[in-house]
Design a protein around this ligand. Structure first.
Ligand SMILES: [Zn+2]
Length: 247
């Protein structure tokens, strides 16, 4: 038997009464387990096997899926689940972690970081800002970390910078002409990119950023992701749709 602290990052129905859940655990990274009978109304596995639950999980390892014996919720993120927009952003974050991690590769700092972002979402912090912070860090996990510390071409550290997809990050004023499609960034924006890539979520105070700036940064990162990762997530498309409706 193995006991882990984990977040449920995926939960699907299997057969009439079972669920297959994917745990992202602090101790073991990603683990898939079968929660037998979890869909039955009185199942003791019901509450703990819902998407986004943070809890303690006791399971037995199998050759493929493990078998869940106990799931005790610590936090169920009630506000997030009650709010369509917050839920859309949370679903996107856990989906990304699911897609960008391998089974059984422990990465405790990623677990803590994801949990912290969800807690901030639960505290009604602006989901768009949390998503930017999430995206800046996850690009590194996807193996395509953008260069936000200096010019990606010459290493120059002096602002103003431009954002270049082709060069994979910032270009300084001198090098910007090497990519005619690079987009020049106001200094405040290049500072935010630099900050978001390394910020400790515990130190995210009440960052206030203009909605236009958030949209601008999100669009740049989206284009960057599309170019390098090839990931097409339904959870991301859903956020895009909500934003279009100005929800
Ligand atoms: Zn340069």
């Amino acid at each position: 038997m193995i006991n882990v602290e984990a977040l449920v990052i995926r939960s699907t129905t299997y057969g009439e009464s079972n669920k297959i859940i994917t745990l992202y655990s602090k101790e073991m990274g990603k683990v898939g387990v079968m929660a037998r009978g979890a869909k039955k109304p009185k199942s003791k596995l019901g509450p703990g096997s819902q998407l986004l639950t943070h809890g303690h999980y006791l399971f037995q390892k199998g050759r493929g899926l493990g078998t869940l014996y106990q799931g005790e919720a610590i936090e169920t993120f009630r506000y997030i689940k009650s709010d369509l927009k917050a839920m859309a952003y949370a679903a996107y974050m856990v989906d990304m972690v699911d897609k960008l991690t391998e089974d059984a590769q422990p990465f405790p700092s990623l677990f803590e970081w994801l949990l912290k972002l969800l807690e901030l979402l639960e505290e009604k912090r602006p989901p768009e800002v949390l998503r930017l912070i999430f995206d800046c860090r996850m690009l590194g996990l996807a193996g395509v970390a953008p260069e936000f510390d200096q010019c990606a071409s010459c290493g120059g550290k002096e602002a103003p910078f431009s954002f270049s997809i082709a060069f994979g990050g910032f270009l300084c004023h001198q090098c910007a002409r090497k990519d005619e499609r690079s987009v020049s960034l106001p200094n405040a924006v290049s500072r935010l990119f630099y900050l978001f890539k390394r910020i400790d979520p515990n130190k995210i105070g009440d960052i206030s950023i203009k909605p236009e700036t958030i949209k601008f940064m999100t669009a740049l990162l989206d284009a960057y992701y599309d170019h390098y990762s090839g990931l097409r997530l339904k959870t991301k498309q859903f956020i895009d749709q909500l934003e279009k409706m100005d929800y």
